[in-house]
Design a protein around this ligand. Sequence first.
Ligand code: FE
Ligand code: FE
Length: 170
Amino acid sequence: MSLTTYLKKKDLDSMEDLLVEEIKDLYDVENRLIDALPKMADAAHNPTLKNAFTEHLHETQRQSQRLERCFERLSMKPERESCDGIKGILEEGETLIKSDGNPQVKDAALVGAAQRVEHYEMAGYGSARTLAQHLRRDDIAEILQQTLNEEGETDHKLTDLAVSVLNPPR
Ligand code: FE
Ligand code: FE
């Protein structure tokens, strides 16, 4: 969920509630990405980029399960809160996937779309991690940190891929 949706529902008066809302938001993000990443892999032309999307799909499934562990530790059932931010980023990606044109240019654009996703996730996980630490829930902070590290590594991988997409071997 976006913070705006949260504020429509209730006042912002407990850090505990805020952490729960952030985790529900991230759970929505990961699950939307489980649907989106196969489409991105299909749309990619460069085989290394295709592989990277498929690999990150598997990682994303594990990240979603990690959030389920967070819910468990909070004695809650997993619940998604629709996230407007990722919806917008993925809508842009969808337009890109459907567009025609030069395959190399399209791949370069797909890398850019994917990096936007990773940065969005990093912002969400970083905030939630810090909030969990503040609440002395180091168990939850540690789980969130694991995923935050993976998203960061994926972002770096995508930067390297951008270079190889732009400079294919001849
Ligand atoms: Fe993720
Ligand atoms: Fe990711």
